[in-house]
Design a protein around this ligand. Structure first.
Ligand SMILES: NC(=O)c1ccc[n+]([C@@H]2O[C@H](COP(=O)([O-])OP(=O)(O)OC[C@H]3O[C@@H](n4cnc5c(N)ncnc54)[C@H](O)[C@@H]3O)[C@@H](O)[C@H]2O)c1
Length: 256
């Protein structure tokens, strides 16, 4: 059988990566750019996003500064971007998310609202606009959303609301799988275990993180590039018959 590179099929194609100034999104943006994709890197506007894009290998990448809690702005922003280029849109890797850690005795309605906006509503509107544009493009495509293994295991410390939103990502994605499949578009979810990024460190001490990692089969946290390689596979021609899966990438922390 012919050997294929992990990122086969991305050359000259646009891949939108959200959370691109963060750990996993940032590593995925690099991996996609190394495979020849034109990366539209979406994150909160600012220096972190600009420098992440400046560091990408290759040409034509763009920084898309957008606050995803402004859910009304998502669809017009993506449509305007796509209208401004002749390059084909191929994929969305939606890694942006917001975790507000709070003990459940202290959770407020405002805590719910911001996490629902960023993690659920923005996922819906991003998937819808990218899905529609991919159907119009006529070459198929890829959508990859991010949940967490905690969608299945439940909250660890102070993440009840976040985990509920991550469960919603899994169930919502199943609808897109069925809707977009006839146009040759695959839709999948990645479920990371513990990965050493800024989000993992939100209100967790180093000692807590070390102990948690020690309790897993590989005795360590994942690195962002170990999630990026999975996203790259799902984006590529190699994953052409993979759709509707929630891929457990936890180093064996979650067993099912
Ligand atoms: N790190 C882990 O251990 C872990 C575990 C399970 C799931 N995940 C999931 O993996 C994905 C990537 O997380 P990460 O660990 O790289 O986190 P990260 O904190 O390094 O990156 C998240 C990015 O999302 C961006 N973001 C947050 N709110 C936004 C908004 N309103 N608008 C635009 N961008 C916004 C942040 O600016 C940040 O760059 C997330 O969906 C997360 O839920 C991570």
């Amino acid at each position: 059988m012919q050997q294929r590179l992990l990122g086969e099929g991305l050359e000259g194609r646009i891949v939108i990566v959200t959370g691109a100034a963060g750990g996993i999104g940032g590593a995925t943006a690099v991996a996609a750019a190394e495979s020849g994709a034109i990366v539209w890197a979406l994150d909160l506007p600012g220096e972190a996003l600009e420098s992440a894009v400046a560091a990408l290998p290759g040409e034509g990448h763009r920084a898309v500064g957008l606050d995803l809690s402004d859910t009304e702005a998502i669809e017009p922003a993506i449509r305007d971007l796509v209208a401004s280029t002749d390059a084909p849109l191929w994929g969305l890797v939606h890694a942006a998310a917001y975790l507000r850690r709070k003990d459940y005795t202290e959770v407020t309605v405002a805590d719910w609202d911001i996490q629902v906006d960023v993690n659920i509503k923005a996922t819906f509107f991003l998937n819808r606009v990218v899905g529609d544009l991919l159907v119009e493009g006529g070459i198929g495509g890829r959508i990859i959303n991010f949940t967490s293994v905690a969608w299945m295991t439940g909250a660890l410390v102070g993440s009840d609301v976040y985990v509920a939103t991550k469960g919603a990502v899994v169930s919502m994605t199943k609808g897109f799988v069925k809707r977009l499949g006839p146009a040759g578009i695959t839709v999948n979810v990645i479920a990371p275990g513990q990965v050493d990024t800024a989000m993992q460190r939100v209100d967790n001490t180093d000692a807590w993180m070390a102990a948690a990692a020690e309790g897993t089969p590989l005795r360590r946290m994942g690195r962002p590039d170990e999630l990026a390689s999975v996203a790259l596979f799902l984006l590529s021609d190699n994953a052409s018959f993979v759709s509707g899966t929630t891929l457990n990438v936890s180093g064996g922390a979650l067993l099912y």
